[in-house]
Write a protein that binds this ligand. Structure first.
Ligand SMILES: CC(C)(COP(=O)(O)OP(=O)(O)OC[C@H]1O[C@@H](n2cnc3c(N)ncnc32)[C@H](O)[C@@H]1OP(=O)(O)O)[C@@H](O)C(=O)NCCC(=O)NCCS
Length: 370
């Protein structure tokens, strides 16, 4: 069988950056406003006062120092606490498709391809702008691509499951060059009024080219993809088209992301290290044979845990690069940003892209520099 490669990547980074201090300052103003407005109920015990957030806590608990967002002023306005973007008509390119096209153009350039070379587009993200028509088909149309396109949603593993699907499509002979794009506009689902999670996410869009017969200079052969899912309610988003017909009025916060972070941490970690170890075992490799681990970027302590299980205490930090300090948790895009920024390996060296999160869903992609 012909080898299949990851031959190009692109990352669209939004223009607005928010530091922890800026985010915490606006959150604390929101808390003060809320507590002042509800002083009587707080006094009589019917409402629990909200507590301030802190930059020190955020860095210690997560490693996150900043995040990029699609719009900043409204997000930081204590009266609003969420971004504001202009609604587009059905005849305009959707926001998601626009950022997909930007990331895709970078990935195509990196792979030394034109859009016309591509015959399949997969848009795979934790959240999608709408149910249909597929954002992928909109992107296909905008880039002038023949062939087929479809959307996928697999929580924090959407990008890696998308790459695995692209690999399978090519293997099955249905396609030869595929774009997998992950528009993770997480500020649309994050609850910026929730102290436990207001700092977690950032926005981004990544794109990856997967192809056989690649002529790209910097390319990685896909050796194996290993996927695992296990149902959990610990990371959840109840927003959906059935909300309108349920006998319940959903509040805004009930239609946003929520999680039990501690339990996620405890339950997902053993899954991740055992999945990677099983994959390496099946390939007759050891963790030390892997030069670089491009891990999911949700929490620096999670990555430290996984990498310690795999490599022990003694390893160079560039073997598991971190981007979450700058980008925060960008859902399924995090491991792809890490790969995009830190993929300078020697021919024959191996690396693993591994995502983990909502579902639970985990996917490990074993690569070899060609
Ligand atoms: C979310 C996460 C960073 C929170 O860290 P944590 O150490 O588990 O924090 P906890 O929620 O247990 O809170 C610890 C303490 O900090 C406090 N705290 C919570 N948020 C705070 C904030 N923003 N500022 C200050 N203190 C805060 C809590 O009240 C608690 O105080 P207590 O000990 O007095 O009760 C962490 O659990 C995590 O990253 N988990 C994995 C999540 C993940 O990867 N999810 C995937 C999403 S796609």
């Amino acid at each position: 069988m012909e080898d299949i490669y990851i031959s190009g990547t692109g990352v669209w980074t939004p223009p607005h950056k928010i530091s922890n201090d800026e985010l915490v300052e606006s959150f604390n103003k929101y808390v003060d406003l809320f507590n002042a407005e509800n002083a009587d109920q707080i006094e009589n015990g019917s409402i629990i006062p909200l507590e301030h957030s802190s930059s020190e806590f955020i860095v210690k608990a997560s490693g996150i120092k900043s995040r990029y967002v699609i719009e900043k002023d409204s997000l930081l306005n204590p009266q609003r606490m969420k971004p504001l973007i202009k609604a587009r008509t059905d005849d305009e390119l959707s926001f998601s498709a626009e950022v997909c096209v930007k990331a895709a153009k970078q990935a195509l350039k990196d792979a030394n391809l034109n859009a016309a070379d591509i015959d399949c587009v997969i848009v795979s993200a934790a959240n999608l702008q709408r149910a249909y028509p597929a954002v992928a088909i909109e992107v296909q149309n905008e880039l002038g691509i023949e062939g087929f396109a479809y959307d996928m949603m697999v929580g924090c593993s959407a990008s890696t499951f998308g790459i695995s699907n692209a690999y399978a499509e090519i293997k099955a002979g249905k396609s030869s060059k595929i774009l997998v794009i992950s528009p993770e506009i997480t500020s649309g689902h994050n609850n910026f009024k929730n102290r436990d999670g207001h700092f977690i996410f950032g926005d981004v869009c990544t794109a990856v080219v997967i192809e056989k017969a690649s002529k790209a200079e910097n390319k990685f052969k896909i050796i194996d993809t290993k996927l695992k899912t296990s149902f959990s309610n610990n990371i959840r988003n109840n927003f959906g088209y059935m909300n309108t017909i349920e006998d319940k009025d959903y509040s805004e916060s009930e239609q946003l992301f929520f999680q039990n972070g501690r339990r996620v941490f405890k339950e997902v970690m053993p899954f991740v290290s055992s999945l990677i170890l099983d994959q390496l075992n099946e390939q007759n490799l050891s963790p030390q044979d892997i030069e670089r681990y491009w891990l999911h970027q949700a929490n620096i302590n999670m990555n430290a845990y996984v990498i310690k299980k795999l490599l022990g205490d003694d390893f160079a930090s560039d073997r598991a690069p971190i981007v979450l300090d700058e980008y925060a948790n960008t859902s399924s895009a995090g491991s792809i940003i890490a790969f995009h920024k830190y993929n300078q390996l020697e021919e024959g060296q191996k690396g693993i892209i591994c995502s983990f999160g909502a579902g639970y869903s985990i996917c490990s992609i074993l690569l070899e520099k060609a």
